[in-house]
Write a new protein. Structure first.
Length: 277
């Protein structure tokens, strides 16, 4: 079945999407919501034919304005047989590039090939998150066999991404295992951090080198976790995080408190514009 999907586009499962945005909030293929504030290199999609890893780092903006050590996605790298075992890496506009096997492509808007992938760079495409919509749109689309589409919104110092695909047998990663089972409350964050919260092992790393792992310690601001919700959340999270390696109290609080876990917005475009130089 998987061979037919890859080579003949037949027998593929239903397409669904996984989104990663902000610091980062994740909406998995199974509609579970979680936050992933840790710094490091992490598996986004891990499968036999498609590998996607994300690099998460705290930005100066977050440290200054949010007063936390929470990360944002600053790089994404795609590999596997669907791209003929090439590597496509995308970073933000300010300090990153679009590369194929380490060679820069698409310095300007246009289209190029990298192995089995067609890569386009332009201003068209939906935004994964509208908080930065006041800035010029810089959108990368990666089109792969089996109908896989990866969209990356490049902002000055971080990136957002959406992956649209059919399930691949045995896939895992922080975008979930695509089994159709939505996790309630904070269970997705707890389980996915236990599996992937310590970063990508050196022998599996797609990036040329790794960055240090940092599990956050700062408490969320009142903007992220209102005092009314914080009291109950703290008592739950202090208990739950003790039995969850790789998962911090801060991330548990994010899963229980942050407006994004309810499908709402942490920062509006107007608020972000006022805080952006």
């Amino acid at each position: 079945k998987q061979w037919c999907c890859v080579h003949k586009s037949r027998g593929c499962g239903e397409k669904k999407s996984c989104s990663l945005w902000g610091d980062p909030h994740i909406f998995t293929f199974d509609q579970s919501r979680l936050v992933f504030y840790s710094e490091g290199d992490f598996w986004v999609v891990k499968s036999a034919t498609l590998q996607v890893q994300g690099r998460f780092q705290a930005t100066d903006w977050t440290k200054k304005n949010d007063k936390t050590d929470y990360s944002s996605m600053t790089q994404i790298i795609i590999g596997g047989s669907l791209v003929e075992n090439r590597k496509i890496q995308i970073g933000p506009m300010g300090s990153g590039q679009i590369t194929c096997d380490g060679e820069t492509i698409l310095n300007y808007f246009g289209s190029d090939k990298c192995g089995g992938a067609t890569v386009t760079f332009g201003s068209d495409g939906d935004l994964v998150d509208n908080a930065m919509s006041f800035l010029p749109h810089k959108v990368v689309h990666i089109y792969l066999p089996s109908g896989v589409v990866i969209q990356v919104n490049r902002w000055p110092n971080f990136i957002n991404a959406k992956i649209i695909m059919q399930p691949i047998a045995g896939q895992t990663g922080i975008c979930g295992n695509f089994n159709g089972m939505k996790k309630a409350a904070f269970q997705a964050g707890k389980e996915l951090h236990a599996q992937f919260g310590f970063g990508v092992p050196a022998h599996e790393l797609l990036f040329a080198s790794s960055i240090p792992l940092h599990i956050p310690t700062a408490s969320p601001s009142n903007k992220r976790c209102s005092p009314a919700r914080r009291q109950r959340a703290e008592s739950v999270c202090e208990h739950e995080a003790k039995s969850a390696p790789g998962w911090s109290v801060a991330e548990c609080l994010g899963d229980m408190c942050d407006p994004h876990t309810d499908g709402l917005t942490s920062f509006t475009a107007e608020e972000m514009k006022a805080l952006t130089p």
